[in-house]
Ligand binder design. Structure first.
Ligand SMILES: [Fe+2]
Length: 250
């Protein structure tokens, strides 16, 4: 915070900048020209935001970003990264279950995105899954999570064990991005001694994706459900779990 710093990336006409200029009281500014595809066709639609100082500012800033017709996912990633996790701000959403990881809705993003906290007990993980053509960002709030990335199985593959092509580990405050064009993934808390908590943004929101059997590559529809909404346990029978679906995924 005490040193001048800035960063930018993307194409020359589509630049994000986060500037820190001396003391914490100095104005920090986020500027961007928005583009939902990320790198092309930039529009003259500039947004200026301060880096969020707390979770509420993060949510409000995300609503501003997603109020535009086009959204730059790199900007969203940078904005989420610039939020420094503070357990006091998100603990009301962090509800664990001993049997499986939980999904806890934080905000519905004016219908443009869903923001949720996922809670991973020791060694809990998701199945391999797709993301319903949505943009998906995952920020680590606590602990470290591991992501295994897979290629989509092809029809000609027949029945084949799925093999991860990449393995990434994300510590506290880092943000990962995925969409269906990049492939499939599974997320887990690799620790046997520490819990993990992650903050996920999905745009547009979805309530169904596909879950894949690692041993065969076969897929099933997977309905996504919430263990709690806005800090309150989802009433029994209202979680959306349907016996015809595999109750999975993020
Ligand atoms: Fe995911």
């Amino acid at each position: 915070m005490n040193e001048m710093e800035s960063f930018n990336h993307c194409c020359s006409d589509n630049v994000h900048m986060l500037k820190s200029s001396g003391s914490q009281s100095d104005m920090q500014q986020y500027s961007d020209k928005m583009d939902f595809e990320g790198h092309n066709g930039c529009e003259e639609d500039e947004i200026t935001l301060n880096p969020p100082q707390n979770l509420q500012e993060l949510i409000e800033g995300l609503k501003v970003i997603f109020s535009k017709e086009k959204v730059n996912t790199d900007l969203v990633k940078d904005f989420m990264t610039s939020y420094k996790s503070n357990i006091k701000e998100w603990k009301k959403f962090a509800k664990f279950d001993k049997h499986r990881y939980t999904r806890n809705l934080v905000d519905e993003g004016n219908g443009k995105f869903n923001l949720m906290v996922l809670c991973w007990n020791e060694a809990q993980g998701s199945s391999i899954h797709s993301h319903a053509n949505s943009h998906c960002l995952m920020k680590v709030l606590d602990g470290t999570v591991q992501e295994q990335l897979y290629d989509w199985p092809t029809e000609s593959d027949g029945e084949h064990k799925m093999v991860p092509q990449h393995v990434n580990q994300y510590p506290r405050n880092q943000v990962a991005y995925i969409n269906d064009d990049l492939g499939l993934h599974r997320v887990e808390n690799p620790s046997h001694s520490d819990k993990a908590v992650t903050l996920h943004l999905y745009s547009p929101p979805f309530d169904e994706c596909e879950s894949f059997d690692e041993k065969t590559g076969h897929k099933n529809k997977a309905r996504v459900t919430f263990w709690s909404k806005f800090g309150h346990r989802t009433p029994f029978g209202k979680t959306g779990v349907d016996a015809s679906f595999v109750p999975e995924n993020n």
